[in-house]
Design a binder for this molecule. Sequence first.
Ligand code: ZN
Ligand code: ZN
Length: 149
Amino acid sequence: MSRNNRTCTDCKRAPQMQCLHCSNYVCMDCAQKHVASVNNQINVAQHLFNTKIHLLDQLRENSKKGLDKEYEKMIKQLITERDRCEREIDHLIETEKQQIAQNSKTLLDIPLNEVPAYIDQLSTKLSKLNEKTDFVKIASVPGQLQIRK
Ligand SMILES: [Zn+2]
Ligand SMILES: [Zn+2]
């Protein structure tokens, strides 16, 4: 195809240049239209990019809100757990106290000849209960927050 046989790809008039955008031979008017069209595409794309950049800020906010919600949920669960363990400790201590109170009553009820042996037995048992005693063992399972994408 010789240059003379070429026509503008868009309007079939004599082409004046090879379009920088599509490499087709086009007339001046169509070349300008192509440039305008590309500029418009660039504007649309830039607008899209800006929109997405702002969207990312919004997504950051939303993600952090979601994280906070999980955090608050965890804190609430922890408080519930702590309260439950406190009640359990209360129960264990009260049971222990009641047992000692019961022993104290029993001491008054048993025959005198059995008293020394009973005291001996209780003293041994109670000596194990001292300030160094870990009355209960306290452990925690580490809390975890996870991010997945
Ligand atoms: Zn073009
Ligand atoms: Zn043209």
